[in-house]
Design a protein around this ligand. Sequence first.
Ligand SMILES: Cc1cc2nc3c(=O)[nH]c(=O)nc-3n(C[C@H](O)[C@H](O)[C@H](O)COP(=O)(O)O)c2cc1C
Length: 216
Amino acid sequence: MVLSFAFGIGWSTTSSCFAKEISKSTQEEWKLPVPRKKSRVSLEKALNLRRSSKEGFSSKELKEKEIGQILWAARGVNRPTGKLTSPSAMARYSVSVYVATEKGTFLYIPENHSLLSISNRDIRKGIGTQEYVKTAPVILIFVADFSKLSEFSMTRKISFVSAEAGAIGENVYLQCAALKLGTCFVASVDKEFVKRELSFKKDIDPLFIMPIGHSR
Ligand SMILES: Cc1cc2nc3c(=O)[nH]c(=O)nc-3n(C[C@H](O)[C@H](O)[C@H](O)COP(=O)(O)O)c2cc1C
């Protein structure tokens, strides 16, 4: 059963620390704060600030509103049609965004702007093979569902989902730049570890990751 609750009920405030707040929740689906659609950072400024941060991350946690904002930028709904901030081959939405945190791993649900609990375990140290990735408070995992592209050859499937993940990744880079957070698009993923930990079936493949945090 999936339970959801409105933002603002009880404990949830826009400045709260994500890891602390989510640990208080017994809900399976966590509604994120409404994302901002305006800011003082221009697109040009965000482009100028965009970079890969590989120096590692400080222990400072991310705020719930920061995580919500980044997920909306990555894969949120931006039109009444229900279409998203990043494009998708034939609008199949074959790439989903998972969020690995200290309190477990969650699946971002664009239509509800919410996080669905997938696992209670902290898998952050095993996802990436590079040491700096393991210091991130949050790691996004871009996961392909090849079954949504069943009529295509594997070569085309891979090109579609890679392009889709790349578009999501650039949105994450720009939103992180605007929020003064560090991130990096990373292909060095221990795929077998992620598949095992998150009980992914055949056809479900973790493609890339993006560690996010305050750069050291
Ligand atoms: C497809 C792709 C895969 C990447 N994989 C990794 C990776 O596994 N580890 C890493 O530290 N950086 C990775 N990067 C980040 C690049 O190293 C980085 O973008 C490049 O050095 C240019 O730096 P910049 O992003 O700051 O401009 C990857 C980037 C792309 C586009």
